[in-house]
Design a binder for this molecule. Sequence first.
Ligand code: SF4
Length: 160
Amino acid sequence: MTEHASTRSSQRLDDFLRARPSLGRRASSFILVLENVIKVPLFKCQRCGECVLSRTAFVCSQRCPKRLRNGACGGTRPGGFCEVYPERRCIWNAIYSRARALGRLAFLAQITPAHQWDLERTAAWLNLVRGRIERPHLGVSRNVSERDRKVAERAGREIR
Ligand code: SF4
């Protein structure tokens, strides 16, 4: 189950902007400009409007040509290259390596919900404040670390 950032104030803001769609669109466009300045150079953000960076070790999964939010697809080529663009490294391979280095493998074992396509090209930060998308998972709790260890162990066994 996803944990959306829904509080009374975010619900009020969401209701307010839903009742004023043109203001909501303008606010979203303005904040999207800020996101473009920060998240595009840092993460090569694809502007999906529903950020899942914290689930994918801060590597944007939306750079995958299949736009998978749960990867890899199964078609990854030997050496960790993309099935669609063989000259590119599979982004899920990069996500796995980074998650392993950061101790965040357990997040990859959780299913990320299907993308809300109506949020494409809207501001993820505003969607977060409006409670339309889940909160980022910034810390790694002891439970997650324990799960992480188990996932790594299982992956190790499966790879051998
Ligand atoms: S908002 Fe979507 S496209 Fe942008 S970095 Fe986050 S996951 Fe990637």
